[in-house]
Ligand binder design. Structure first.
Ligand SMILES: NC(=O)c1ccc[n+]([C@@H]2O[C@H](COP(=O)([O-])OP(=O)(O)OC[C@H]3O[C@@H](n4cnc5c(N)ncnc54)[C@H](OP(=O)(O)O)[C@@H]3O)[C@@H](O)[C@H]2O)c1
Length: 235
């Protein structure tokens, strides 16, 4: 679980563990929140090749195999400046897209050496529609969405499936600003068919499905878990 130190990734890590997987979660933070003791946590920057290789090696030494990769690491805003300046734009692309490519590539090499696997890339409704004031985020998620489909073709002969999981508005640290603002919070709900913000646990079922053999004939696809936000026409 890349990006499992909190929020959606932490919930998915615990959910996969409860479903029977041996899960290692990663993030840059020295410590995670929201995990239980069944999940192993390692500090790792998803954009650093040596660190990612090190975690994969630890997983293989411990479990002999790597079967599932979930790439949930992501930032919506850069640490300096904004996503419309080149440095901010690049930071978002580095983590949300290039880090995903690095992890997909290294994990797939390990999966190919075993008996294949399932990769789930966490995209966003921002991969489907334009949003104001943050072109880097939409570009990163739109790029990730199509990258998954392309890699699904490239890795198919190694028995690897790759799918996208696209959350809508889920209450986490990333969305706390818009959730706490009553106007923005309500504006988002008005476009949902299921009229409530999602919780990270709302994504667990689709993740277990995509990770398991129950989805063995599904690859290169997107599952949107957005309360119908992208499906709704008139409010
Ligand atoms: N919340 C939503 O409504 C929503 C909607 C659509 C899509 N998403 C996507 O869902 C994913 C999870 O978001 P969230 O809402 O759970 O946000 P969050 O609470 O801010 O969590 C983001 C996670 O990404 C990790 N991360 C960031 N940069 C990293 C790096 N370089 N290397 C490793 N891990 C890194 C963070 O860990 P560290 O800080 O410890 O590195 C953290 O675990 C993101 O990809 C986000 O774009 C969220």
């Amino acid at each position: 679980m890349v990006g499992g130190s909190r929020g959606i990734g932490a919930a998915l890590a615990v959910g996969l563990s409860k479903a029977g997987a041996t899960v290692t979660a990663t993030g840059r933070s020295p410590q995670a929140s929201g995990l239980d003791e069944s999940v192993i946590y390692c500090s790792c920057d998803a954009t650093k090749e040596n660190q990612v290789k090190g975690v994969i090696q630890e997983i293989v030494e411990r479990s002999k195999t790597l079967d599932i990769l979930v790439y949930a690491a992501g930032i919506a805003r850069p640490t300096q400046g904004d996503g419309q300046q080149l440095s901010g734009f690049s930071q978002i692309i580095d983590i949300n897209l290039k880090g995903a490519y690095l992890c997909n590539l290294l994990a797939s090499q390990q999966m190919a050496a075993g008996s294949g696997g399932s990769i789930i890339n966490v995209t966003s409704i921002g991969a489907y529609q334009g949003f104001p004031n943050n072109p880097a985020y939409s570009a990163s998620k739109g790029g990730l969405r199509i990258m998954s489909k392309s890699l699904a073709m490239d890795f198919a002969n190694d028995g690897i499936r790759i799918n996208n999981l696209a959350p809508g508005y889920i209450r986490t640290e990333m969305t706390e600003g818009s959730y706490k603002d009553p106007f923005r919070r309500q504006k988002r709900v008005e476009r949902m068919i299921t009229p409530r913000w999602g919780q990270p646990d709302d994504l667990v079922g689709a993740t277990i499905f995509l990770a398991s053999d129950a989805s063995s004939y599904i690859t290169g696809q997107d599952i949107l878990v957005d309360g119908g936000w992208t499906a709704k026409g008139l409010s």
